[in-house]
Design a protein around this ligand. Structure first.
Ligand SMILES: Nc1nc2c(ncn2[C@@H]2O[C@H](COP(=O)(O)OP(=O)(O)O)[C@@H](O)[C@H]2O)c(=O)[nH]1
Ligand SMILES: [Mg+2]
Length: 214
């Protein structure tokens, strides 16, 4: 459930995946590409080897027709195996998740292991993985050793989650992935938050408010 206090609602959205898959790059490009009413700076905490130690945070928001302030806090988790405690803390109370996989063939095992930790950590922090708003992004499609889109689609054909193919470094597919996460988040939480009935928002307005810029 999104955090709710007088006049504001805050959604926690988490970019999860193996180390170096492009989670931070997704947030950096969103910061460039989005133009909602409110957008903050990205806060990053990095170690010396340039890998994320704790997390990144990008805050953004807009006002619903009712005046309700709708905020989003986009987090990344550290992918390194050693940081499972941080991953759980960041995942805790998430309202939606993007799983960022690395399309390189050499990363298939890392992707699979990371996806398993997502499912396992969800149950550890009390999130219902079955009903979690989740979008899967295969990033780094520009790399020569990337597993091709069709092969990935075939392999994931039985999975219920939307699939996206991205090259976050070049800004490709980043906004589309986020838009799909917003739609999934809307479908899960809009009714209990009375976004339509009380705050004059529909799904399209919710997505457009967060993306901004028409
Ligand atoms: N070729 C390519 N490199 C990428 C892409 N996305 C991210 N990278 C690079 O991969 C490395 C790890 O990215 P980063 O966003 O820090 O990964 P994180 O550990 O998941 O946060 C960086 O050097 C990025 O510039 C992509 O789509 N294509
Ligand atoms: Mg990172």
């Amino acid at each position: 459930m999104p955090d709710s206090e007088a006049g504001r609602l805050s959604f926690k959205l988490v970019y999860y995946g193996p180390a170096q898959s492009g989670k931070t790059t997704n947030l950096l490009r969103l910061h460039d590409q989005l133009a909602p009413e409110m957008i903050g700076e990205i806060m990053t905490l990095e170690t010396q080897d340039d890998r994320t130690l704790f997390f990144d945070l990008l805050p953004l928001g807009f006002r619903a027709p009712s005046g309700l302030l709708i905020k989003f806090r986009l987090f990344t988790v550290p992918g390194q195996v050693a940081h499972d405690g941080t991953r759980k803390a960041v995942l805790s109370r998430a309202d939606g998740v993007v799983f960022v996989a690395d399309s390189a063939r050499t990363q298939e095992t890392n992707n699979a292991e990371s996806f398993q930790t997502l499912a396992a950590n969800c149950s550890r922090v009390g999130l219902d993985f079955e009903h979690l708003p989740l979008v899967v992004q295969f990033n780094k499609q520009d790399l020569p050793d990337a597993v091709p889109e069709q092969e990935i689609r075939d392999r994931w054909s039985a999975a219920p989650w939307p699939l996206h193919f991205a090259s976050a470094l070049h800004g490709v597919g980043v906004r589309e992935t986020f838009a799909d996460l917003l739609r999934a988040t809307w479908r899960c939480h809009a009714e209990s938050c009375e976004l339509a009935s009380k705050h004059g928002l529909d799904e399209a307005g919710f997505v457009a408010g967060a993306l901004g810029g028409g």
